[in-house]
Write a protein that binds this ligand. Sequence first.
Ligand SMILES: [Zn+2]
Length: 238
Amino acid sequence: MKRKTSVFWILFSCSALCFVSLTGIFFRIQQTTPTLAEYSAEPVVIIDAGHGGMDGGAIGIDGQIEKEINLSIALKLDTMLQAYGFQTILTRNSDVSIHSADAKTVRQQKTSDLKNRLKLLEDTESGILISIHQNQYSKSSAHGTQVFYGRNCAQSKELAEMLQKTITGYLQPDNTREIKQATKDIYILYQATKPAVMVECGFLSNREEAARLTDEEYQDQIAFSICMALMNCLADRS
Ligand SMILES: [Zn+2]
């Protein structure tokens, strides 16, 4: 009986010790997850209008061109963020690819363009990248914004969650899409070591949404939602 009791106490003590250690680890992880507000007191927002130049991106169901919608939303976002006092950099402010001069073939130019966009983020102290794109899918019923985030920086997920919540809350109450971590197919987000997200604003393969995405007023609303989400994440910075 005595032996049984001591075995019980040994097992009980071990379990309790494990529980206390695991709880400690859990709370340490919780406490040390860095937030975007802690990232920098003076962040520089890099607004990336996807595609450009010879790369038009997706073509809409009624001929809409993705690169043009991306640029239009990016320019609107730039104006709004500057009005709120943020420092911004646009990866492009016109219909161009930003590949290096030594890139000759279309493939080389596309690779070089993506590398240069990534380099701009990595070389910018306190840079935060917001990439603007439009989606496309074989089923025309697919619709709604979806935000992707980089895998190397915890703040990317935080910003993606806030963006998804804000955009759907303001503009798309029926949108149940969830944020997704970028795979290697999304080069910039996959490689980025700083906060980086991509907003796929909507589907150009959906007739109704494609029409909305070319509407200036809707573009303003998308840009405003992005601006509000970012401000929300950065509100507590010191
Ligand atoms: Zn795109």
